[in-house]
Design a protein around this ligand. Sequence first.
Ligand SMILES: Cc1ncc(COP(=O)(O)O)c(C=O)c1O
Length: 404
Amino acid sequence: MNSPLRIWHPFTNSALDLPPLLVEKAEGVYLHTKDGRKILDAISSWWVNLHGHANPRIAAAIAGQARKLEHVILAGFTHDAAEELAARLRKWTAPELTHLFFSDDGSTAVEVALKIAVQHFSNQGRTEKREIVALEHGYHGDTAGAMSVSDDSPFTEPFRAMRYPVHRVHSAYCYRCPVGLQRETCQIECVQQLETLLAERGEKIATVIVEPLLQGAGGMITHPVEFLQKVRALCTRHNVLLIADEVLTGFGRTGKMFACDLAGVVPDLMCLSKGLTGGFLAMGVTLCTDQVQAAFHSEARPRMPACKSSRTNRSLTESRQSRGLTRSASRSCADCIRLEKRDRSGQSERSSSAPRMRGIFPRCGRSYTSFFWSGVFCCGRWGMSFTFCRHTSFHRMNCTECTT
Ligand SMILES: Cc1ncc(COP(=O)(O)O)c(C=O)c1O
């Protein structure tokens, strides 16, 4: 008989830690365990829960939406729920932030921001302007890029060689001041390291990423607002994009809707997640300004592949719409139209180039991906993904003592 499939709990060491608490239900700020205990969820399930567990209004809204439309690919499609969320975020976010990109969680919101920042310059022919600056004690997630901009930790150590290089500068850690000063008398001298770096390498640096005012996982380090203001001013002076990772601080955690509001700072890119769904579902959002987005969809950039494909898509879509072929808006060659016609007449696509085309342009529907790699199997659907592995005896994971 097969052995049971055991859950590999994140940030725990199954060899050392107590067995996980079995939570049966939750209400408001309390978790109720199967053995009858009532536990205050003081970490709000890792900073995601805003309106209480099992909030009936959110639960009903999700159920209603799931019955109507659970998911549709956003490439070439939109829907009321996405548009309504964008409209609501519009009310809370700085007017300068004009575009919004959906993704899966906090880490991917950060990945998206970093990629947008680098591609923003590369689309303008400035491929050399791609370096990234991040703060000491920073934490931005666990995917490869987010882990690269996060500061070193026992969790990143096994991946040292594959994290991409990042310039690391002082954060405003007043309690343990990196330049040995006192906040009462200092002039935010800790920012000088960034100032020098940008003066020397500003032409090569694409972006500076910060957790505005509060570095969470790095130790709940609070910064003076002046630090963020100075970082903003330096980025502007050197034409470097400022990414505010508000995954933790967003949606009122620091007193204002966003930490940047407390400092009166508008970033070029802002990452949101966690509180975005009140902890009910995984979702990420990256916002950016018109100026950042313009480098992606400008008609004035005929040599840009993105523009080209966008224009091709548009004209193809228009021609397809005029023929009533609206199922797949992305296929961009005559082949696709032939395939579509054959589809409609019920013929098989196998004899043509259909498998390749299908692989490149998924049809309207839920995304579903799977692949095998070294005995690890991953699948994802509806903003949730699973990774299966052959062996569950990875006891040394996440344990500093064992791994050294
Ligand atoms: C500031 C910050 N950025 C990014 C992340 C990553 O978010 P997620 O765990 O949803 O990938 C976190 C998670 O704690 C975070 O605190």
